[in-house]
Structure formats: structure tokens, C-alpha cells
Design a protein around this ligand. Sequence first.
Ligand SMILES: C[S@@+](CC[C@H](N)C(=O)[O-])C[C@H]1O[C@@H](n2cnc3c(N)ncnc32)[C@H](O)[C@@H]1O
Length: 239
Amino acid sequence: MKSYNLIGSIAVLNEKTRNKEKTAEELLKKHKNIKTVVISKSIHSGLYRLRKTKHILGEKTKETIHKENKSVLKLNIDACYFSPRTSSERLRIAKLVKKSEVILVMFSGIAPYPIVIAKNANPKKIYGIETNKEAHKYALENIKLNRLNNIELIRGNVKKVMPKLKIKFDRIIMPLPKTSFRYFDLPIKNLKKKGYLHYYLFAKRLPKKDIKGLKIKKVTRLNQISPGKYKYCIDFQKA
Ligand SMILES: C[S@@+](CC[C@H](N)C(=O)[O-])C[C@H]1O[C@@H](n2cnc3c(N)ncnc32)[C@H](O)[C@@H]1O
């Protein structure tokens, strides 16, 4: 069977899949949880990190509810970024969170980081900032679906929102690997002394030196992006 990503009840086949219709038929027959099969490029693009999918077989919908790490996440797969492959990384971060932390998730999307953290740890409050109106709309709905009351989501560009935030955070998460370097200066001011910064990036080689008063505590290599290039998370701690 060809490889695919499963988002809720939608199987997303890679555009290079041969015999798409036959593969889709087999998937629908074999897996009762799959209701829709679509095809898509594996690369996300643009400010909102989106990819257009094309319907192949099954129920004609782009909206689904995905379950992971005790969380339910509703989304439209064409209008919002979401990757089921990051599920274990989200749980890794949740497990680092100590009781009563105040956390900021920059680039929060449909809010998988805030929700997985709230469901698997005991933070005081989690803030999220997202610029895509559709993703923000689903994020607000997801908070209700998960019955959480310690998450506050702000719609806007981090560059405009963060300078106005008068909060010091115990932990800041930056899940925008393609261009997070453009925003690297932003979280430093809002991070408490000894606070943690989880910085995602795509790279072939990683900087080994601590930077700007931030000490590297751990580097996690995640999935491969292209030959020799990987997604990484650097866990920094502020001096
Ligand atoms: C790679 S996605 C990650 C979304 C979510 N955190 C997740 O893990 O599914 C990055 C998100 O950042 C948003 N984004 C990009 N630039 C932004 C900015 N300057 N301010 C706020 N959000 C931004 C995009 O719309 C997108 O939803």
C-alpha cells in the first residue's frame, strides 16, 4: 500500500502516487476510518503555509476532525496548516511543561500546541497568536470542543501583537520552521529569566553556539524535508 498522511477521516496521498484512483479505492475498502481520499503536493507555501488538495474518491469534503494526544482538532485541510506527523513532538513539548507555567505559542494555527499542552500538562495559561483568519476560527472552535478555559488566542501578525504584550512567559514556542529566523528577536524580550524557547527550523547544518543570551539545552531532529535537510527543534534556555 502506498504511503499517505491521515488527517481525521481524510487520507492525503502524495501527488507522485501512481494509480491514484486504484490506491484510493483500496484505502476506502481497507480502512473504515477513511472516508475521503485527496491528493496533494507535499510542500506547503505562502504566509499561511497552505497546500491545495484535489479530491479523488469518497465523501467530498475538506473539513474533518483529527484526534491526537487526548485532543480533538477540527480543520479544513485546504484553508489551514496542520501536520499529523508533528504529534509526538507536540507531546514532547507538553511533557516539559511544569505546573502553573505561562506559555506563548507564536504561529498557533488551529491551536494543536496550546490544546495538546493544556490536555497533557498543567499550565496556568497558554496564549496563541495566528494571522490566518480561517485557522484562527477553527482554533477558537477547537478550544470549545476540548472544553478548555486556560487558552487565549489572538488573531494577528506576531510582529504587531508581541510588542504590545506586556506578559513575561515561562516558555515560548515558535512552530514556523521555514521563516522563524525572521522573528527570532521577538520572543527574547517576552521570555522570563531561565525561560525556555522552542525554536523550529529547516537546516542542513545546525549552529552549535549559544546565541543572544540563550543557551542551547537540546536539539531534536524531526522529519526529513529534502536530501540532507531536516526539520529541527532547538530548545534554548534564557540566561
Ligand atoms: C507551520 S504553521 C504551524 C501551525 C500550528 N502551530 C501547527 O503546528 O499546526 C505556521 C502558522 O503560522 C502562521 N503565521 C505565519 N506568519 C505569521 C505571523 N507573522 N504572525 C502570526 N502568524 C503567522 C501561518 O498562518 C500558519 O498557520
